[in-house]
Design a protein around this ligand. Structure first.
Ligand SMILES: [Zn+2]
Length: 300
């Protein structure tokens, strides 16, 4: 399996959608798409909630006639699927007259199909950015959003702003038959995951892997390899999964970000999971996939 195939398995990362950037600036075609009976709208509610089906197993995608003209006109273009159907997202204070329930992105992702989870992540990330780009960072004046929701422009100095994504590395560190896993303060006893941290300005991904692992654990990384990526819109991260080889199992003091650090063999982890003394991050996280793939590798 290559990196592209591994990423496809990651929740939020398997969105088969043409983002249709040309349509964002084609006013007439955009207007037709906003009102086409085949188009569908993702409805975002305040507090980052998403309008889901009554059973909560997918997004409640609304046809245009369930939205007001104003809602349609200000909606963000997400893209088109393989059939040419356009998808938009819209933030509203009002629950629609359409059966369903409001769900957070994590709750939705646990049960939704890959397409819905990916669409929800994309819409959530854009909605968060739009909320936080209402003022110009240069002069403080208000902005307006154009390009169908993908650009903010200052009403005074015209400075443009574009949606931001914050890269973070998440790393399964190995030495021999053991992996280095950590528990953050506040997590339940026995819950362990891979180590992670944000990439800093002017830093390569490989340097970020080395620095983060050294900071959090004192372990020295000798080599690392890219595994897969996952959009992580909580609120605007992109998780870049890596595997890495440590020079030894020596651990230092760490920076206090982790409450506990352990080298675990596959046997340790299997036994702990079977007896219930250990637990892993949620299945929809790339951390789970990194650990899962490492466990599977022993069987090969
Ligand atoms: Zn400005």
């Amino acid at each position: 399996m290559n990196a592209a195939q591994r990423s496809q398995r990651n929740t939020f990362a398997a969105l088969a959608l043409d983002r249709a950037p040309a349509l964002r600036n084609d006013a007439d075609a955009l207007e037709r798409a906003r009102n086409a009976s085949s188009s569908l709208y993702v409805l975002m509610l305040p507090d980052s909630m998403l309008w889901a089906t009554p059973t909560g197993t997918g997004l409640a995608l609304l046809p245009p006639d369930h939205l007001t003209l104003e809602q349609r006109g200000s909606a963000t273009l997400l893209g088109r699927d393989a059939d040419g159907r356009a998808y938009f997202s819209c933030t509203s204070d009002e629950h629609p007259h359409f059966s369903g329930q409001a769900l957070g992105l994590r709750a939705l992702a646990a049960n939704a199909p890959a397409f819905d989870a990916g669409l929800a992540a994309y819409a959530s990330a854009l909605a968060h950015w739009q909320l936080h780009s209402r003022y110009c960072p240069a002069c403080g004046a208000t902005t307006t959003h154009d390009e169908a929701g993908h650009r903010a422009r200052c009403t005074s100095c015209s400075l443009p702003q574009f949606p931001r994504t914050d890269p973070a590395v998440i790393v399964l560190v190995e030495h021999g038959d053991a992996a280095l896993l950590g528990r953050r303060p506040g997590w339940p006893d026995g819950r362990f995951s891979t180590l992670a941290g944000f990439v800093e300005p002017g830093e390569s991904l490989e340097d970020a892997v080395r620095r983060e692992i050294a900071e959090e654990s004192g372990a020295q990384v000798m080599a690392c390899e890219y595994h897969s990526s996952q959009p992580w819109p909580f609120p605007s991260s992109l998780m870049l999964g890596f595997t890495a080889q440590a020079a030894s199992r020596h651990l230092g003091a760490g920076d206090g970000e982790l409450a506990e650090l352990r080298w675990m063999t596959r046997r340790d982890l299997h036994d702990g999971l079977n007896s219930g003394t250990l637990s892993l991050p949620p299945r929809f996280s790339v951390a789970f996939q990194l650990i899962h793939d490492w466990l599977e590798r022993s069987a090969a």
